[in-house]
Ligand binder design. Structure first.
Ligand SMILES: [Zn+2]
Ligand SMILES: [Zn+2]
Length: 132
C-alpha cells in the first residue's frame, strides 16, 4: 500500500497495487500544470486507487478533449490525470507520494516540447513525443 497527499494535506489517497513505470513528461501541458520543467507520472489501476480524504476538494480540468487533470482546489497540487476512453487507468504524479514506489523513471517523453532552459543530463531514452 502506497499513500500520497496534496500540499495542504486535504486530499489523501492510497494505491492498493503496483505503480507502473514512471516517465518524465516534458509536454507543454505537464510543464504548465506542474510549473516546472517536467512532470513525473506513472500509471495505476483505477480500481486500486482510493481517495481516502478530501474528495470534495478534487477538481478536474479537461486539458485535452477527454483527458482530465485532477488537482486540489485548495492548494493547487496536481494529483492525477485520467482519460475518458481509458477509465481503467489513471496517471498519478509521483511527487505526491509519501513512500518510495519502488519503481524508477525509464524514459523522457515529449522531449520535442522540452523547456529550452532545461538540459537532460541522464542517459535514459528520449522520445520526441510520447504518452503521458
Ligand atoms: Zn491540497
Ligand atoms: Zn505531459
Amino acid at each position: 500500500m502506497i499513500s500520497g497527499r496534496c500540499l495542504c494535506d486535504g486530499v489523501r489517497f492510497q494505491i492498493a497495487g503496483d505503480v507502473g513505470s514512471p516517465s518524465f513528461c516534458h509536454c507543454s501541458q505537464c510543464r504548465r500544470a506542474s510549473g516546472s520543467a517536467f512532470a513525473t507520472n506513472a500509471g495505476v489501476s483505477t480500481a486500486e486507487f482510493h481517495l481516502t480524504a478530501g474528495g470534495e476538494l478534487v477538481r478536474e480540468y479537461e486539458s485535452s478533449p477527454g483527458k482530465f487533470r485532477a488537482f486540489c482546489s485548495r492548494c493547487g497540487s496536481p494529483l492525477y490525470s485520467r482519460e475518458r476512453d481509458h477509465p481503467e487507468f489513471r496517471r498519478i504524479r509521483l511527487g505526491t507520494l509519501d513512500e518510495d514506489p519502488a519503481v524508477r523513471p525509464l524514459l523522457h517523453v515529449w522531449v520535442g516540447s522540452k523547456a529550452p532552459w532545461f538540459t537532460i543530463s541522464d542517459s535514459l531514452p528520449q522520445l520526441e513525443k510520447g504518452d503521458a
